[in-house]
Design a protein around this ligand. Structure first.
Ligand code: SME
Length: 321
């Protein structure tokens, strides 16, 4: 049987094996076993992105390194560069991490879900030059069968004018797991709503969001955010005016900046006027009083600067990438 025929069969088996499974670790374990059963490579397994590094996951073969850094080794390179890396001779790959001295060639395929690398599939061989484009193409297809990996929650802070409507809108988006309203990036300690209202504190009304990146990407959340603001309007959203109503995207993970800038650039093309949306690291955030949390759920006919149609849009929105 040719390599292509063996992969075609393996893919079919993997498909029926995975069908409907929702647990990513079990699925990774069986996919690794299936690849190993078919090809008898030296080592086949997964590393998952956990707390900013690659952490050893289900595998078949000898004991392996547990932790691999971003950009380190073949695995870390595939993660950083978001591409499959084929290494015909590991000794020729600068920075290769030799978990086993037996390994001579290697392939690492990133598992990309919702715009982020969430894991890598790593296969080692005791022969030189074992892997080529055929392996790359089939393995890339096989990893798409994995169910969403349970990644750590992520967070972002969004200022979109009055935080009552902004919170109601943003919390309806599938994948958003937590919201709270408060005051971001100002200059005084522990501000009250009244103080922020004077517009002298430098704070912006903002929504702190946590989300599950396996369900919704930051890119998608930001695209939805832009639908709810006038990004060319400085310090004014709807009828609300003042620096506290400015628009802003405040991040706590610098790795998010690239995606934010990407979305900003794409949105900027839609307008003649320049965007007025601030993009900054989060300097500080103070949660607002309970009175303001989920305000429109508690007061359905309360003031809202956003049109009802937007809430319908948010309810139906699905990140399908
Ligand atoms: N060689 C890999 C490390 C993982 S082991 O091969 C299982 C690398 O350089 O990333």
């Amino acid at each position: 049987m040719s390599k292509t025929d063996r992969y075609a069969l393996l893919y079919k088996q993997a498909e029926s094996l995975v069908g409907g499974e929702t647990d990513s670790v079990s699925t990774m374990a069986n996919i690794a076993a299936l690849i190993q059963d078919t090809f008898h490579f030296w080592w086949t397994g997964f590393y998952r992105v956990q707390s900013g590094e690659l952490l050893l996951g289900p595998f078949q073969g000898p004991v392996a390194c547990m932790h691999i850094g971003f950009g380190k080794g073949v695995c870390g390179t595939a993660w950083k560069e978001r591409r499959t890396v084929v290494v015909p001779d590991v000794e020729q790959f600068p920075g290769h991490i030799a978990c086993s001295s037996e390994s001579r060639s290697e392939i690492v395929v990133p598992v990309v879900q919702h715009d982020r690398v969430v894991a890598v599939l790593d296969i080692d061989s005791r022969e030189l030059g074992t892997f080529d484009d055929v392996d790359a193409q089939w393995l890339e297809k096989i990893v798409t069968l994995l169910p969403p990996l349970q990644c750590e929650e992520r967070e972002i802070y969004l200022a979109a004018g009055c935080f009552w409507g902004a919170e109601k809108y943003l919390k309806l988006i599938e994948g958003v797991t937590f919201t709270e309203v408060g005051f971001a990036n100002g200059n005084t300690a522990d501000p009250t709503y009244k103080e922020v209202y004077t517009d002298q504190t430098g704070y912006a009304e903002a929504v702190h969001l946590r989300y599950n990146p396996a369900v919704v990407s930051l890119r998608f959340l930001l695209e939805m955010y832009f639908k709810a603001i006038d990004p060319t309007s400085l310090n004014k959203q709807g009828e609300d005016e003042g620096t506290r109503y400015r628009t802003g995207i405040y991040y706590t993970d610098v790795a998010d900046r690239a995606v934010i800038c990407d979305v900003m650039a794409a949105e900027a093309k839609k307008y003649v006027l320049p965007l007025q949306v601030e993009v900054e690291p989060l300097r500080n955030f103070y949660s607002a009083d309970e009175y303001h949390q989920d305000y429109l759920d508690k007061n359905p006919s309360g003031y809202c600067h956003l049109p009802v149609a937007l809430f319908e849009l948010a309810k139906k929105a699905k990140d399908t990438k």
